[in-house]
Design a protein around this ligand. Structure first.
Ligand code: SPD
Length: 376
């Protein structure tokens, strides 16, 4: 099972790399679908009517906020947003029985865990006609082949954002793991408050698989993370890019789109992915199993709206992440589609890997992460 998963992930990376080379990685998109976002009754539940208010449980700053108003104008459904800062935070909340979220946005490996644990509802695709706008390669994702539970929302990479007028281009994870008290960046650096992402950084630096379940390797990675802590201003997954843009910090571990947004505020910010390799991810729109039929209908209407080609293009341009929506490409400007911080070159993608579920080793990651966080 694990081999099949790995093979499928490898195929997805090859497809992304082929696309980055300008070679078609998939059959050309069919005619874009721009079906109205109005909520239709679910096939299996003729009596249900879409809820008039729903909650979207999303990463911070991960949608153009104007879209909620437009969705409400089109469907009469009001959306309230609640935020999380890591997959693990969102997962713990849903595992703990939180209900009332109509849509949430887990990353690839977390979708696999949520399906396994029965935390997601199957999508009724009759309510999501715009799903045909997805690029072919995003319909075959290994963690949810055929998009039974989720629709890919955005994809991106993890790397470093830095102030290019004050910091030499960092090309190695060593900027975090070989702290130098005499350097300008000492004390002005943050790392993601995210166990899998921060362990992936340390594991990649050590030359280990970022999905290892080997406890000895994980302990080594933990020691490295504790060593790195000496120069950290903190762990931060929500405001790190703003702190680099404002000049308070000089370097941060984070996600490409967030730094690109910050570049609008400070043109000196640059983004790179490390030489040793790191993480590529796909985040997904999914409906928790705990939704009522009414919330599910409204959630599916929201997913359908976000898959409209023009809406998807505007959303991508606003948050600066790459869209898995093939039909959106014609609405995206050329300089967006050719920006290699958004669509990395094939040789860069080749070095990146998806995080995968680690099964029982999840508790080792969590315990060691707690040790990192509490180390003095
Ligand atoms: N500000 C929104 C960032 C969303 C990033 N998702 C990252 C998933 C990484 N594993």
């Amino acid at each position: 099972m694990r081999r099949v998963y790995f093979l499928a992930l490898a195929l997805l990376i090859i497809a992304l790399a082929a696309a980055a080379c300008g070679q078609p990685a998939a059959a050309p998109a069919e005619q874009p679908t721009t079906e109205p976002a109005a909520a239709q009754p679910a096939a299996g539940d003729e009596s249900a009517e879409a809820a008039k208010e729903i909650v979207m449980y999303n990463w911070t700053e991960y949608i153009d906020p104007d879209l909620y108003g437009e969705f409400e104008a089109a469907t009469g459904i009001h959306v309230v947003e609640d935020n999380f800062s890591s997959n693990e935070e969102m997962l713990a909340k849903l595992q703990g029985g939180a209900a009332g979220y109509a849509v949430t946005v887990p990353s690839d490996y977390t979708v696999a865990i949520m399906i396994e644990e029965g935390l997601l509802a199957k999508l009724d695709k009759a309510n999501i006609p715009n799903i045909t706008n997805l690029a072919e390669r995003f319909t075959q994702v290994p963690y949810d082949s055929g998009n039974e539970y989720c629709v890919p929302y955005m994809w991106g990479t993890t790397g470093f954002g830095y102030d290019s007028t004050k910091v030499d281009p960092p090309d190695s994870w060593s900027v975090f793991f070989e702290p130098d008290p005499n350097s300008d960046i000492y004390g002005r650096v943050t790392m993601l408050d995210d166990p899998r992402e921060s362990f992936a950084a340390a594991l990649a630096y050590l030359g280990y698989d970022i999905n290892t379940t080997d406890e000895a390797q994980l302990n080594e990675a933990k020691d490295l993370l504790v060593k790195a802590k000496a120069q950290l201003a903190g762990y931060d997954s929500d405001t790190y890019e703003d702190l680099v843009a404002s000049g308070e910090n000089l370097l941060a571990h984070g996600w490409n789109g967030d730094f690109l947004v910050a570049m609008d505020e400070n043109e000196n910010i640059a983004y790179v992915t490390p030489e040793e390799g790191g993480v590529v991810f796909v985040d997904n729109l999914c409906i928790p199993a705990s939704t009522t039929p009414e919330q599910k209908l409204a959630g599916e209407a929201l997913i359908n709206f976000l898959l409209d080609p023009e809406v998807a293009a505007r959303n991508s341009e606003y948050i600066y992440y790459a869209s898995p929506n093939k039909a959106a490409e014609e609405f995206l400007p050329e300089d967006f589609l050719s920006d290699t911080s958004i669509y990395p070159l094939a040789e860069v993608l080749d070095k990146l890997q998806y995080l995968e579920p680690v099964g029982e080793a999840e508790s080792i990651y969590q315990r060691l992460w707690d040790e990192v966080k509490s180390a003095q």
